[in-house]
Design a protein around this ligand. Structure first.
Ligand SMILES: CC(C)(COP(=O)(O)OP(=O)(O)OC[C@H]1O[C@@H](n2cnc3c(N)ncnc32)[C@H](O)[C@@H]1OP(=O)(O)O)[C@@H](O)C(=O)NCCC(=O)NCCS
Length: 163
């Protein structure tokens, strides 16, 4: 029987996480970003999914500063293995991550990604638009996960994103 599990990532998962990101994105950039987030201690929450012993999904959440304060979270990179996409693995990782972060008192999560995908989880470009960031447009989205989230400000991303 095939079982899918989700859990916190561990340091020894990093090579498999990088390989998964390389395969899903078809390049080395996202794996390198993930390694750098962990090396710099900028990862807030790192989740993986595996089927039996094979790692098939990954999502990273990291700190974003708003006007210099640690008031928001970023989602990404995230990936599902090419052979098992569109089977709910990505959705499970996102929902588990958002629930955990809301429970920690985080209020706002940003993502830069597929404009057809993240709105399924409540992310909108309208929520992100008032913020000054390295990105803008329909792929730049945000979601409030607790009341009282900031509504405007200047975002600072971790060094892993080239800032
Ligand atoms: C994008 C990605 C992480 C989604 O993970 P996944 O496990 O395949 O997605 P899920 O099965 O959870 O999909 C949930 C829903 O989104 C849809 N969906 C999946 N990928 C999508 C995409 N790229 N664009 C739009 N919708 C998508 C699914 O069909 C499903 O729809 P439904 O709820 O109506 O059935 C995965 O496809 C992936 O790794 N892609 C390559 C790397 C990438 O683009 N990463 C994200 C960068 S922003």
């Amino acid at each position: 029987m095939t079982e899918t599990w989700m859990r916190l990532s561990r340091p020894e998962d990093m090579d498999a996480i990088a390989a998964l990101n390389d395969a899903a994105f078809g390049g080395k950039e996202e794996g390198a970003i993930t390694r750098r987030l962990h090396a710099d201690h900028d990862s807030l929450l790192s989740l993986v999914a595996h089927r039996n012993e094979v790692l098939v999904g990954h999502v990273e959440f990291f700190r974003i500063l708003i006007d210099g304060q640690p008031s928001a979270v970023g989602l990404g990179p995230m990936s599902a293995a090419p052979g098992v996409q569109k089977q709910g693995i990505g959705a499970g990782l996102i929902r588990m991550g958002l629930i955990a972060l809301a429970g920690r008192g985080e209020s706002l999560v940003f993502v830069l990604g597929h404009p057809d995908y993240y709105p399924k989880f409540g992310f909108t470009a309208e929520t992100a638009a008032p913020f000054s960031a390295p990105w803008s447009g329909p792929a730049f989205m945000a979601k409030e996960i607790n009341p009282g989230a900031p509504t405007v400000g200047t975002l600072t991303y971790p060094a892993a994103f080239g800032g």
